[in-house]
Design a protein around this ligand. Structure first.
Ligand code: THU
Length: 135
């Protein structure tokens, strides 16, 4: 799916923005929200959750994907992330997380916190040659 209606982005945006408001980011003070849509059109959101033991912090994408899987979603078709003032692209680890669970034509969107600066990539652009377990 390469040309979704504006309402799809609006719905993902609203879910990600609402989750971002709840981000637990006392150390970086960089709040992130993410929303994923599964194959049934359901939307799941997450925010980053930092920890005083820094490596234990979790990205917003991981939380959103976990909510999808816990609800029975197996694959996502769209991902939207919303961060600060500049462009946010999913970190390398989250690219691998999305690649694990996304459909082949999954689109990733990014917005600044104020809803401006829409960017769009395919997962193939973000993570070419993604690692998959072979046999
Ligand atoms: N962060 C995310 O939630 N997603 C990303 O793709 C990039 C980084 C979070 C992790 C940390 O809580 C904060 O942003 C600063 O790195």
């Amino acid at each position: 799916m390469t040309d979704p209606s504006p309402s799809l982005i609006d719905r993902l945006h609203e879910a990600a923005r609402a989750a971002r408001d709840h981000a637990h980011a006392p150390y970086s003070r960089y709040k992130v929200g993410a929303a994923v849509m599964d194959g049934d059109g359901r939307i799941f959101a997450g925010c980053n959750m930092e920890n005083a033991s820094f490596p234990l912090g979790t990205c917003a994408e991981a939380v959103a994907l976990g909510a999808m899987v816990a609800a029975g979603g197996r694959t996502c078709t769209h991902v939207l992330v919303i961060g600060g003032t500049g462009e946010l692209t999913p970190c390398g680890g989250c690219r691998q997380r999305i690649a694990e669970l996304c459909e082949a034509d999954c689109i990733v969107y990014s917005l600044a916190a104020d809803g401006s600066a829409l960017s769009e990539w395919t997962m193939g652009e973000l993570l070419p040659h993604a690692f998959k377990l072979g046999t």
